[in-house]
Write a protein of this length. Structure first.
Length: 196
């Protein structure tokens, strides 16, 4: 069984896209995040496997992620690494043979990216979706790898490099590089998201 996990937040001004909010304001940044989440949900509708949505906090009563048979979960852990490890471990405990985890802020994500990630897991135990800021927008695994989620430089430009160094003996596949929307410069590359 293949599980696709998605991390998301409630689009509350001041609590999402805080780096972007410093330049365009909290309300505008939250509106951008809502568009990103809407795009992610659109892409997920093309995914034929199981989906679990992991919310940072309890979702609003009008939860737009409550669609189809998507499972609704709450993230658990003190930092991003712990939350990711918990979600991935949960998926493998459901009997998954392949697990991919993504965020909800990638404007250029396509159904093909997801298909390519799961297909690559046929021949590689780890798949990465490299982000232009040195992190990653997707991680795919064929078994739990707790080494990848502890004492790493989250949100730092060497995150992907440091993560890959943890398991150098394993074959690791790279998807195409993409850019998530965290800063004003990121947003300028996609003016259709928010007219500047």
């Amino acid at each position: 069984m293949e599980w696709l996990l998605v991390f998301c937040k409630n689009p509350i001004p001041g609590q999402v896209k805080t780096r972007l909010a410093k330049t365009i304001g909290e309300t505008a940044a939250a509106a951008v995040y809502e568009q990103l989440c809407s795009h992610t949900r659109h892409v997920l509708h093309f995914w034929g496997g199981a989906v679990a949505v992991f919310h940072a906090t309890a979702p609003h009563y009008q939860n737009p992620w409550k669609q189809n048979d998507w499972r609704q979960k709450t993230q658990r852990g003190h930092d991003l690494g712990e939350r990711m490890q918990h979600a991935i471990s949960w998926a493998f405990a459901q009997g998954a043979s392949k697990v991919c985890l993504i965020g909800s802020d990638l404007w250029t994500l396509t159904p093909t990216d997801l298909e390519d990630a799961f297909k690559a897991l046929d021949d590689h135990p780890i798949v990465w979706g490299p982000a232009t800021d040195g992190g990653y927008y997707l991680i795919g695994l064929t078994q739990p790898q707790p080494e990848l989620f502890h004492n790493l430089p989250w949100s730092q430009p060497d995150l992907l490099k440091k993560s890959q160094e943890r398991l150098p003996q394993l074959s690791q596949f790279h998807l195409r590089q993409q850019n998530d929307i965290d800063t004003l410069e990121d947003l300028k590359a996609h003016p259709e998201l928010y007219p500047l």
